[in-house]
Design a protein around this ligand. Structure first.
Ligand SMILES: *[C@@H]1O[C@H](CO)[C@@H](O)[C@H](O)[C@H]1NC(C)=O
Ligand SMILES: *[C@@H]1O[C@H](CO)[C@@H](O)[C@H](O)[C@H]1NC(C)=O
Ligand SMILES: *[C@@H]1O[C@H](CO)[C@@H](O)[C@H](O)[C@H]1NC(C)=O
Ligand SMILES: *[C@@H]1O[C@H](CO)[C@@H](O)[C@H](O)[C@H]1NC(C)=O
Ligand SMILES: *[C@@H]1O[C@H](CO)[C@@H](O)[C@H](O)[C@H]1NC(C)=O
Ligand SMILES: *[C@@H]1O[C@H](CO)[C@@H](O)[C@H](O)[C@H]1NC(C)=O
Ligand SMILES: *[C@@H]1O[C@H](CO)[C@@H](O)[C@H](O)[C@H]1NC(C)=O
Length: 835
C-alpha cells in the first residue's frame, strides 16, 4: 500500500518536473477535452497566463493526497473551485454535450455545470480569471456568476449571489448592506453604507458589489451617482502587478488580500470583523474564544467540559456529564469577563433586565435555559440562552459575566431523596431538588468568593496566568487579569503615547491583543509588597459601577507595578472646564455638566456607601473624573491611596505641589483623620467648578482678591447667580433650578466642619431635587463647639467637632448622621502618620 503511494507520488513528482508543460496557450478550450488530477501540470490558461484552470493539491496537504479543480492566479492561489476535492484519479471533462463535469477516481460525478444541451460550443478563461462556457453568440455559464468563496476585480457580485465557506456565508442584501451569517441564520456582521451616502439618496434598487483593481471595495447602484466606497485595503492604490481579491475564509471572516503575480503568497489588507472572537461559532459549540498574544485561541469553559476533537480546538466542547444525565445537582459555572455572543435574530427575544443573582438563578431553575450572560455594563441586562449553539468570548476588556449549567460538584443528597423513588413523593422530590440546587449554587458562589480571597492573599507565581485552559478560579468573580510587563510594553508600543500624568504615575494609551483600547498607568512610589498590591487590586477590580472607571488588569513584576484601565475617549473633566477659548473646540453644555455632576456623585456614593469594602477616594478633582464618548462621567484612581507607602510623604507633597490643594479638605491639611467626608468636601469644590468653569482657588480682581469659592458664597448670598455661572453658558439652554441646586449643594459639601457635610447619597438626592435642602450656612462659619454627642471618627477627636448634627436638625433640613461606615472607611494612611 505504502509502496504504491510512494510510486504514485514519485510519478507525480516526475510529471511536475520532467514533463514539459503542455500549457494550453490557446485561449479557447474545445469540446471533449479533459484534465487529470494525476497530471496537475496540465492546465488551461488565460491568454496572458495570469490565470489557469487545473488541478491543485489541497491546501493544507492531505493524506492520501487530494486535489481541487480550481481557477488559480499565477503562483497557485485559487479564486474559484469546482466542487469539493477529489482523489488523485479524479478528472475534469468538458463533455461534447457542453457540460463541464468533475468526476472522482470511481467515475462518480462530484460536480457539474449543468449546461448540457444548451448549445455550449467552447470554454475560455479570460484575463480577469473568469471561466466562461459559450454558445455561438453569448456566455451561457460563467464562474463569476457562480462564485465559491472569492471575488476578484471585475467580478459583479449582486444580491442573488453568495460566498460560502463551511458554515459561513457572505451576502449583499437589498438595501446595500453587507452581511456575514452563521448557518444561514445568525447575522454576526452587518455593515451598511456610510451614512453620509445613504442620508441623501433614496433606497437602493439593485446594488452590486465590486472589488476595484486598486484595492477598494465599492457598491454601485442605479440610484447612486458614483460608487460608494465600503472598504479600503491597507495597500490600496499601490501599483504593480498585484491581484486584490476578497475571500470568505473558513474562520468566518471576510478579508481583502493582495498577491504579487507569481508569488503564490497573499497579504491581508482588510478584514470585515476586526475582533475575530466576535465571529459567531468561531470556537465551535460551547467553545470560548480568547487571545493568547495576538492570535485568537479556543478553549473550553472549565474542566467540566472537554474538547470535541482534541486535535482541533475549533470544533468546540462538550460537557463531560450532560445535564439530562446529571445524577447530582446542576450548578451554574461562573465565567467572568465572558459573554455568549448574541446576534440577530436572537438578540431581542431573550433579554431581560434583572440583577446578576436573578440572571444566574432564573436560568438555573428554568428549562430550557443553558446559559446566561449578565452584561454588567450598568444596564442590568441579562441574556438567557436556550439550548442550541453557544459561542463564548472571553476577554479582560469585557464587563459581562456569563453562567453556564454544569453537572455540579458532588453534593450528597439526603437519603430520603435518593431512596424515595415513590411516585407520590415525586413532586416533593422535585421541590427538594430545586431547593438544593438553589442552596448549592448560593453556597457555591460563597465558596467562590472565599476562594477568591484565598487566591489573592496567597503569593503564588501562577496567579491569574491567562492560559488557554480556563480553570474555574481564573474566571472567579471580579478577578482582574494579570499582564506581563512585556505584554503591556507591546500594547503601549513601548509606552509611547502619554495620556497624562496622575498623582500616582504616568498614563499611556495601549491596545490589547483583541484591539481593545486601554489606559495603562505606570505606578510610581508604590513600595507596598506584592501581596498588599494584589489585595488592593482585587478590591478595586471587584468594584464595578457605571460611574467608576473599570480596572481591567494589572502587572506586578519585579519593581514594575502597572494598572490597566478601560480607555475613556473624552479624557478628563479639567480639559473641558478650564480650557481657554482657543483650545475650546471642547465645550460642555449645561445638560452634560449636570449629568457629569450627578454621575460623579453616584460613583462616589457607590464607593462610600454601597460597595463591599468602602473606599475613600482621597483625591477627587476634575483630573480624576473621566468622560466616555457620551459624556458619562467615571471616577478614576479610586482605591490607590492605600497603595502608597504610609511612611512616604511624597503623596501628600505631590498633591499639593501639583496644585490640587484646592480640593483637599481642611482636616487633611490639619493632619487629622481622613474620612469619606473629606471626599465630599473635594466633590463640592469640583461641583462649583462644573458650574463656574473656573478653579475654586482662583484669585482675581473680579473676585475681590478672594478665593473664588469664598467669593461665590457671598455672591450667592447677594443673589448674584449669574456671576458664578460659567460665562460660556450664556445664551445656552440652562436649567436654572438645577444650577441653583448645584450651587447650594456645593456650599453644603464644602463646610469646614466635616460633620456638617451631607453624606454622598444625600448629595445625589439633593441634586436630583428629591430631598429639600435649606439655605447652606457659610462654609467658613465657625459654629460654637457643642457638647460631644455624635459619632466621632478617627483617633483624634479634639478638632473634628461632631457638633453640628444638631444645627442641621434645627434647621430641619439635613437629618444626616455621619454613617458608621465612615469609621470603617478611614484611611490608614493618615492614622499611621499620627501614631
Ligand atoms: C446562446 O445563449 C443565450 C443565452 O443563454 C441565448 O439567448 C441564445 O439564444 C443562445 N444562442 C444560440 C445560438 O444558441
Ligand atoms: C451586475 O449584474 C447585474 C445583474 O446581473 C446587472 O444589472 C449589472 O449591470 C451588472 N453590473 C456590472 C457592473 O456589470
Ligand atoms: C443549522 O440550521 C439548521 C436549520 O436551519 C439546523 O437544523 C441545524 O441544527 C443548524 N446547525 C447547527 C450546528 O446548529
Ligand atoms: C445596515 O447596516 C447598519 C450598520 O451599518 C445597520 O444599522 C442597519 O440596521 C443595517 N440594515 C439592515 C436592513 O440590516
Ligand atoms: C463617509 O463618507 C464621507 C464622504 O464620502 C467620508 O468623508 C467619510 O470619511 C466616510 N466615513 C466613513 C466612516 O467611512
Ligand atoms: C425606503 O424604504 C423604507 C422602508 O422600506 C420606506 O419607508 C421609505 O419610504 C423608502 N424611501 C424611498 C425614498 O423610497
Ligand atoms: C498563540 O496561538 C498561536 C496559534 O494557536 C500559536 O501559534 C502561538 O505560538 C501562540 N503564541 C503564544 C505566545 O502562546
Amino acid at each position: 500500500m505504502t509502496l504504491y503511494l510512494r510510486l504514485l507520488l514519485l510519478s507525480l513528482f516526475c510529471h511536475l518536473f520532467l514533463t514539459k508543460p503542455i500549457s494550453a496557450a490557446a485561449a479557447t478550450i474545445p469540446l471533449a477535452s479533459s484534465l487529470f488530477a494525476s497530471n496537475p501540470n496540465k492546465t488551461w490558461s488565460s491568454p496572458d497566463s495570469s490565470f489557469s484552470f487545473g488541478f491543485f493539491p489541497s491546501d493544507p496537504p492531505t493524506f492520501p493526497p487530494s486535489f481541487t479543480a480550481a481557477v488559480a492566479y499565477s503562483g497557485g492561489l485559487p479564486i474559484w473551485s469546482a466542487g469539493p476535492s477529489v482523489d488523485s484519479a479524479g478528472a475534469l471533462h468538458f463533455l461534447s454535450s457542453g457540460a463541464l463535469r468533475l468526476v472522482d477516481g470511481s467515475n462518480r460525478t462530484v460536480w457539474d455545470s449543468n449546461t448540457a444541451g444548451r448549445g455550449v460550443s467552447s470554454a475560455q478563461i479570460d484575463d480577469s480569471g473568469n471561466l466562461v462556457l459559450r454558445n455561438a453568440t453569448a456566455a451561457v455559464w460563467s464562474s463569476f456568476d457562480n462564485p465559491t468563496d472569492t471575488i476578484v476585480p471585475s467580478q459583479n457580485f449582486t444580491v442573488a449571489k453568495v460566498l460560502r465557506s463551511g458554515v459561513y456565508t457572505f451576502k449583499l442584501i437589498e438595501n446595500g448592506n453587507l452581511t456575514l451569517l452563521w448557518n444561514d441564520t445568525i447575522v454576526y456582521w452587518n455593515q451598511g453604507l456610510n451614512s453620509s451616502v445613504t442620508s441623501n439618496t433614496p433606497n437602493l434598487t439593485s446594488p452590486s458589489l465590486e472589488l476595484q483593481r486598486i484595492g477598494i471595495l465599492t457598491i454601485s447602484d442605479p440610484k447612486l451617482a458614483t460608487a460608494a466606497i465600503v472598504a479600503y485595503s491597507n495597500d490600496y492604490a499601490e501599483a504593480g502587478d498585484i491581484l486584490r481579491f476578497l475571500r470568505l475564509e473558513s474562520d468566518g471572516n471576510v478579508r481583502i488580500y493582495s498577491s504579487a503575480k507569481g508569488s503564490g503568497t497573499k497579504t491581508e489588507g482588510w478584514a470585515a470583523v476586526t475582533d475575530q472572537c466576535q465571529v459567531f461559532g468561531y470556537c465551535g459549540n460551547m467553545g470560548i474564544c480568547s487571545y493568547n498574544d495576538s492570535n485568537p485561541i479556543c478553549g473550553c469553559p472549565s474542566l467540566n467540559f472537554e474538547a470535541v476533537d482534541p486535535k482541533d480546538s475549533r470544533k468546540g466542547c462538550k460537557r463531560k456529564m450532560e445535564i439530562e444525565d446529571c445524577p447530582q445537582s446542576v450548578t451554574m459555572l461562573d465565567l467572568d469577563h465572558t459573554r455568549f455572543l448574541t446576534y440577530p435574530p436572537e438578540t431581542d427575544s431573550q433579554i431581560f433586565s434583572v440583577s446578576i443573582s436573578a440572571c444566574i438563578l432564573n436560568c438555573l431553575v428554568s428549562n430550557p435555559c443553558d446559559a446566561s450572560t449578565a452584561l454588567s455594563d450598568g444596564t442590568g441586562m441579562c441574556y438567557y440562552k436556550t439550548p442550541g449553539y453557544l459561542s463564548g468570548y472571553h476577554s479582560p476588556a469585557l464587563t459581562s459575566r456569563s453562567f453556564i449549567k454544569v453537572c455540579g460538584p458532588v453534593i450528597p443528597n439526603p437519603p430520603s431523596v435518593v431512596d424515595g423513588a415513590g411516585k407520590k413523593k415525586g413532586w416533593q422530590m422535585k421541590a427538594w431538588i430545586v431547593v438544593l440546587v438553589v442552596v448549592a449554587s448560593l453556597l457555591g458562589l460563597m465558596a467562590l468568593e472565599g476562594g477568591l480571597w484565598w487566591w489573592f492573599c496567597r503569593n503564588s507565581p501562577s496567579f491569574g496566568a491567562l492560559s488557554a485552559q480556563y480553570a474555574l478560579l481564573e474566571y472567579a468573580s471580579g478577578a482582574p487579569v494579570q499582564f506581563s510587563y512585556k505584554e503591556l510594553q507591546r500594547a503601549t508600543k513601548g509606552f509611547k503615547e502619554k495620556l497624562g500624568a496622575g498623582g500616582f504615575g504616568a498614563v499611556y494609551k495601549g491596545i490589547l491583543a483583541n484591539r481593545t483600547v486601554v489606559a495603562v498607568k505606570q505606578l510610581e512610589g508604590i513600595e507596598q509588597g506584592e501581596k498588599q498590591f494584589r489585595m488592593e487590586v482585587a478590591t478595586v477590580s471587584s468594584t464595578h459601577h457605571l460611574n467608576l472607571v473599570r480596572l481591567i488588569g494589572f502587572c506586578s513584576e519585579g519593581r514594575h507595578r502597572l494598572l490597566v484601565y478601560e480607555f475613556m475617549k473624552n479624557g478628563s473633566l479639567d480639559d473641558f472646564l478650564f480650557a481657554t477659548e482657543e483650545q475650546s473646540g471642547r465645550f460642555l453644555s449645561w445638560e452634560n455638566r449636570f449629568k457629569i455632576a450627578l454621575g460623579t456623585a453616584r460613583g462616589i456614593t457607590y464607593l462610600h456607601e454601597e460597595c463591599r469594602d468602602c473606599i475613600v477616594h482621597c483625591d477627587i478633582k476634575p483630573e480624576n473624573i473621566l468622560l466616555d464618548e457620551s459624556y458619562n462621567s467615571k471616577v478614576s484612581d479610586f482605591g490607590l491611596a492605600k497603595l502608597v507607602n504610609p511612611k512616604d510623604h511624597r503623596y501628600r507633597t505631590l498633591t499639593s505641589v501639583r496644585g490640587t490643594r484646592g480640593y483637599l479638605a481642611p482636616e487633611w491639611l490639619a493632619n487629622l483623620p481622613i474620612t469619606s467626608q473629606s471626599d465630599i468636601y473635594s466633590y463640592g469644590m469640583v461641583l462649583l467648578e462644573i458650574v463656574s468653569g473656573r478653579r475654586n482657588f482662583e484669585v482675581s480682581e473680579e473676585t475681590d482678591r478672594k478665593k473664588f469659592s469664598i467669593w461665590a458664597y457671598d455672591a450667592f448670598e447677594k443673589g448674584n447667580v449669574m456671576g458664578i455661572i460659567d460665562k460660556r453658558l450664556s445664551g445656552q439652554d440652562v436649567d436654572m433650578d438645577q444650577v441653583i441646586r448645584a450651587i447650594q449643594v456645593t456650599f453644603w459639601c464644602i463646610q469646614e466642619q466635616p460633620s456638617h457635610r451631607p453624606m454622598m447619597g444625600k448629595v445625589v438626592q439633593m441634586l436630583e431635587g428629591i430631598t429639600e435642602m435649606g439655605k447652606p450656612p457659610s462654609p467658613r462659619a465657625i459654629i460654637e463647639a457643642p457638647t460631644i454627642e455624635g459619632p466621632v471618627s478617627g483617633t483624634s477627636t479634639s478638632l473634628v467637632a461632631p457638633s453640628s448634627i444638631s444645627s442641621f436638625q434645627s434647621s430641619g433640613v439635613l437629618p444626616s448622621t455621619p454613617a458608621s461606615n465612615m469609621e470603617k472607611a478611614t484611611v490608614s494612611l493618615i492614622q499611621s502618620d499620627l501614631s
